[in-house]
Design a protein around this ligand. Structure first.
Ligand code: ATP
Ligand code: MG
Ligand code: FE
Length: 345
């Protein structure tokens, strides 16, 4: 089964061709990061316009790199939520147009399920059940993947997402946007023991996260240092902040594996490309006899190959959509059956 996949939920316009959910024939990503950098974050209106400009080209190149035409495709999969509504609509419209013109089945994919399914691409033998730590720009979820398409959320953030905290702290220490990769790099030159920032835990909630207290504490420190005319060692702040984040993520994830009897941990989302998080989890998983799966960095951040992987399992279970498929900016994760039927009715 060969699937053409399309992703446009945020600031990456992407198209890919994926065979049987695991084999990537092409993976084209047109990033708008440079465009949004001057504004310090994604500007929705600009994102939508840019998607319109780029989407046809991405699809064309994805097909030609795969050596295929639209006639060779068995189905079209597209992210229909969550994300920016104007951005999502571009991908959804493109997918619907192709499905209609070429009479191909249409598959609506949940963006975060896509992030999780990125793990199938390089781990050909990975099968549910497993635990997955999803840490991205808008989500911080601890999920038990019970089966293909069956997700049980056991923990989530009460406030900011992990990636959001990285981006906000990076802006405050003058590293710019997007913050995650910049903090990752700066932290390598800094001392993680320089400051003790509070951990992102919540009392009484086993697997939930909270990053806003940690973020405020870092911002307070920075403001105080500025007021007292002290020189700010950005590398030390970055390293200490990053340590506080990744330690909590790792601790929750490992404890979840043990308590839920999972012998495999996967990670997903943009923050999953963080080198400190990957190093720590690799060590902790080895120490606890847990298999550790992580996508290559390019498959952690937004891409369409992951949508093709998720779309394949939807397709195999007959979960296709009609041409009334619409963008759903706040699409929930975890109750696909209910969601699917709600979409149908
Ligand atoms: P969501 O997937 O929740 O809808 P999104 O699609 O915008 O949000 P992703 O593309 O999955 O998010 O990830 C982007 C986020 O990942 C940004 O917040 C970015 O700062 C963060 N990020 C990327 N690389 C790293 C890194 N090396 N270390 C930490 N964070 C990172
Ligand atoms: Mg992005
Ligand atoms: Fe994402």
């Amino acid at each position: 089964v060969t699937i053409l996949a399309i992703e446009s939920s945020c600031d990456e316009t992407a198209a890919a061709v994926v065979r049987n959910g695991r084999e990537v024939l092409s993976n084209i990503i047109s990033s708008q990061i440079a465009l949004h950098t001057v504004y310090g974050g994604v500007v929705p209106e600009i994102a939508s316009r840019k998607h319109v400009e780029k989407i046809n080209g991405c699809v064309r190149v994805a097909l030609s790199e795969a050596g295929l035409t639209l006639d060779d495709i068995d189905a079209v999969a597209v992210t229909y939520g969550p994300g920016l509504v104007g951005a999502l609509l571009v991908g959804v419209s493109e997918a619907k147009a192709i499905a209609y013109a070429k009479k191909k089945p249409l598959i609506g994919v949940h963006h975060i399920e896509g992030h999780i399914c990125a793990n199938y691409i390089e781990n050909k033998d990975l099968m549910p059940p497993f635990a997955c730590l999803v840490v991205s720009g808008g989500h911080s979820h601890l999920v038990i993947v019970r089966d293909y398409g069956k997700y049980e959320i056991i923990g989530q953030t009460r406030d900011d997402a992990a990636g959001e905290a990285f981006d906000k702290v990076a802006r405050a220490i003058g590293l710019g946007y997007p913050g995650g990769p910049k903090i990752d790099k700066a932290a390598k030159e800094g001392n993680p023991e320089a400051f003790t920032f509070p951990q992102a835990k919540i009392a009484g909630a086993d697997y939930d996260f909270s990053f806003s207290g940690l973020k405020s504490s870092v911002l307070n420190y920075i403001n105080q240092a500025k007021m007292q005319g002290q020189e700010l060692n950005a590398n030390d702040v970055a390293a200490s902040f990053q340590k506080a984040v990744v330690e909590v993520l790792a601790e929750h994830a490992i404890r979840a594996c043990k308590e839920y009897g999972m012998d495999c941990l996967a990670i997903a989302g943009g923050v999953a490309s963080n080198t400190a998080l990957r190093d720590l989890l690799e060590k902790e998983c080895a120490a606890n006899n847990i298999r550790f799966c992580r996508p290559s960095p390019v498959l952690c951040t937004d891409n369409a190959a992951m949508i093709g992987a998720a779309g394949y399992y939807e397709f195999m279970q007959g979960k296709t959509f009609g041409l009334d498929l619409n963008a759903v900016p706040n699409l929930p994760l975890g109750d696909r059956e209910r969601r699917y039927h709600a979409d149908k009715n």
